[in-house]
Structure formats: C-alpha cells, structure tokens
Write a new protein. Structure first.
Length: 450
C-alpha cells in the first residue's frame, strides 16, 4: 500500500456503483442521502467509500480507508490512537495517493462517472482534475478558496451593506500593534488569520502584551484581520444551498455554543427576535445570490453576532458543509412534506443541474421541537477508559426525541493531540430541556477519559 495508507477494507463489486467521501468521520453520514439521486442516475445499488484521516469508532461497518502519513509513521499506528491531520492535508494526501488513483480507475471501468463528496473543498483536492468524469459534490475548489478568505468576506459584507464590526487589514505583527494602538487601544479586539473557521488561528486581545505573547500571533510577517470585539449576547448562524443566482434554499437559523472564539456546538431554535431572524434570512439570501451569480454551487453558512443591545453584525461565511449541517438534514426529514427532497439531494441537484427543479418551498419548515449538538473535546495525552456506543441513531433521536452519544472512538484510545472526543445530540420538546441534557451527558462522558 501507499506510504499514507494505514488501513483499507475496500473491495469493488462490479454489481454496484460507488461514490467517495473525503473528510472527518463526524460528517460522513450525510452521504447516505446521496444514494437516492445516484441510484436514479445509475440504475444500480450505490455504495460509499469513506476516506478518513483517523480510525472511525469501533461500531462503524462501512467500506473505508484510513489515510494519514503521520499516523502511519507512529509506532502504534493502530485503531488505538487518535492523530488527525485536518482537511487540507487529507485532501492533499488523497489527491497524491496511488492506491486511491488505482481505485478510481477501477470504479470508472464500471460506471460512467464518479462523484467525490469532501467535507471541506480546497485546492489541495484535485482528483477531479486528474480524471475525466470525476466530479466534486460541492463548490469548485477555487471558489471555496476565494470565499473562505476572511478578507474577501469582510469586503463582501461592506459591498452588500451588511453591518459588521469595524475592521482593519494588517500586514505584519508590527502593523497590528500600530493599528491596535491607533484605533482600538483600551478595547478588546478580535484577531484572525485570513482563512479558518471554528476559532482556528484566532485570538482575543486586550493590550499590546497580548499581541506579543499570544500563540496564534507568532509570525512577524503575516497578514491578519483585526476588528473591534463585540460584547456578544448570542451568535446565531444560518445555512443555505445555492443552485444559481436566483435559487437559494434557506436551511434555517440556529444559535452557536461558543467558548470565546471556539465553536463547541449548536442549539435550535435560535433565541433571537423574529425581526432579527428576518434580517438574518435576508442577509443570507443576499450573500447566496451574489456567490451564486459568480458560479458557487452547494452549501454555505453564515455566522452572525448579536450584542447586548440586540444589534446584529456579520461575522463570517463558511463556504462548505457546516458543523451542524447533519442535524439540519435530520430535522428536515421529520418536518418536510412527503416526497419533498432531502437537503443533500437539493445540493446534488444544485451542483449537477444548476437548479433545484420544481419545489413547493424554498426554505425548511419550522420544527415544533428543539435540538442541540455539543462537541466534547479531549486534551493531548488523554486515554479513553471504555467504549460508548450510540443509544440511538441521529434519525431515531429526531423521531423519538431522545439524547444520544455519537462518534466515541472506542476503548483505550490515546489522543496524540487535542481533538474531538465525541458528539452529544439531544432532541426534546423545549430548548431548556435540550440544554440541560447536553450538560448532564457531557459530565457523564468526561468520566470515560483519563
């Protein structure tokens, strides 16, 4: 096998057709919703090949490859360790892997084309450029790179007249110190790299000393964005799918669970006022129409900030599947009309047809329930002391209004670096019940790691 292949159980059956997923395990279940449109396309059973950067939980039974050159170099390169490499590195390794290229050639002998679904597009993922009839299910990689730039996002918000905190582009650490001293001195400010999400590469500063000492502001000659830090009451997020400049499907509004700049989870429904919800939808559709006019197709999300005076500000665009997309997919399944397409099928139509086709609605139905998802983290060097199997699948949790622990990696798993331990999903009649369940289950799960 190739240098980066740690494990593979994949075999090709000529009776079936295939699609490939590249990304983290926590997002892989969205692929099952592509089976229907692909079965209609090929007229045969559809199987999914998953390419992960680390081992999936012990209960996972699908066709999968673990691709991680760093993990393979470790002495203990087995399922008993957690060492993730991130989306960019995984995309690069998948694109350069001879084993995967041979697998694609074998698949294409038996079907007319092949779709690859990445959690995060990036220029590093270029298999679609190396093979004819290989396509990405999602936005083009060059558009992902363009719209993932924080600089472009802030400039776009200004062009579209979407309110946002006062911001500055700085070209070095020295420039950052000068701009902070001249314009933001005595105030808290938010500093971020030009790419990234979920708080990665960001910092909250309150002084020159913070700039000099913060581990995320190490490089002297690096461009950063710095903005006034809003006294945040809540951080709502929205999501939509773009089929073209005139067709935007709005997926709803949730509230993010934040710890400083770090994303920890999501709760539905949002507590913001109906007035702000209308504004969030208007701004989201406005952004969707702009990027749709310029060729973007597929999922995107928008994060906002509401301050204690109930003023709304733009925060960032996530040009991809978002952290709680899967939960929105399952909520849609229990609220949609019979025969209405699933949310992933709408994305499939957007990418392959540039239209949703005839739809009775361009937004998700409001649900008479509440749900929340929380990502439990584990620090470097921690080891799990037992396995935790899901009590319910996501689908059953939404149908039966239950709480379940998902994606726990197994027993005796060593974390070579800090990362996600598991996800807790709770679906209940009220938000208050959901928030209580998430806290209770988090305490329980943390007992199973030392």
């Amino acid at each position: 096998m190739d240098e980066g292949i740690v494990y593979s159980n994949v075999s090709i059956d000529i009776k079936n057709t295939y699609m490939i997923y590249v990304g983290a395990f926590k997002y892989h279940k969205i692929c099952r919703f592509f089976r229907k449109p692909l079965r209609n396309r090929y007229g045969r059973k559809v199987e999914i090949i998953y390419i992960f950067g680390s081992f999936p939980p012990s209960y996972f039974k699908g066709n999968y490859i673990v691709l991680n050159s760093k993990l393979k170099k470790l002495k203990n390169s087995s399922s008993n360790c957690y060492f993730d490499i991130g989306s960019k590195k995984l995309n690069k390794e998948a694109s350069n892997c001879d084993y995967i290229k041979k697998l694609i050639k074998k698949i294409l002998k038996n079907q007319k084309d092949l779709f690859i679904y990445p959690f995060k597009d990036s220029p590093e993922l270029n298999l679609q450029k190396k093979f004819e009839n290989v396509y990405l299910l999602g936005p083009k990689t060059n558009l992902f790179a363009k719209y993932n730039s924080k600089l472009f996002q802030h400039e776009l918000a200004d062009v579209l007249d979407i309110p946002q905190p006062r911001w500055f582009l700085v070209h070095s650490k020295a420039d950052l110190i000068m701009i902070y001293s001249d314009h933001l001195k005595g105030k808290k400010a938010f500093v971020s790299k030009l790419e990234g999400a979920g708080g990665s590469g960001s910092a909250v500063i309150n002084s020159k000393k913070d700039i000099l000492d913060h581990p995320h502001i190490k490089k002297e000659n690096c461009r950063y964005l710095v903005s006034e830090l809003i006294d945040m009451k809540v951080s709502p997020s929205s999501e939509a799918i773009v089929a073209n400049k005139n067709e935007i499907f709005f997926n709803g509004i949730m509230d993010q669970i934040m710890k400083g700049p770090d994303y920890l989870g999501t709760v539905y429904p949002s507590i913001v006022s109906d007035k702000l919800k209308k504004l969030i939808e208007q701004y989201t559709v406005k952004i969707g129409k702009y990027i749709g006019e310029h060729g973007y197709r597929g999922f995107f999300g928008v994060d906002f900030i509401v301050d204690k005076k109930k003023r709304l500000y733009f925060a960032e665009i996530n040009p991809r599947t978002c952290g709680s997309t899967l939960e929105k997919v399952y909520m849609h399944e229990v609220t949609k009309k019979k025969n209405f397409p699933s949310i992933p099928e709408l994305e499939f139509r957007a990418v392959t047809r540039n239209t949703f086709g005839s739809l009775s609605s361009k937004k998700v139905k409001k649900a008479n329930l509440s749900w929340g998802v929380f990502n439990v983290k584990a620090k470097k060097g921690r080891i799990t002391t037992r396995d935790v199997l899901p009590e319910f699948s996501e689908s059953d949790a939404f149908k039966k209004l239950k709480t379940t622990t998902l994606d726990f990696p197994g027993n005796n798993v060593l974390f070579y670096h800090s990362g996600r331990l598991c996800k807790i999903l709770s679906v209940k009649p009220t938000r208050k019940e959901v928030e209580k369940e998430l806290k209770t289950r988090k305490k329980q799960v943390l007992q199973y790691i030392k």
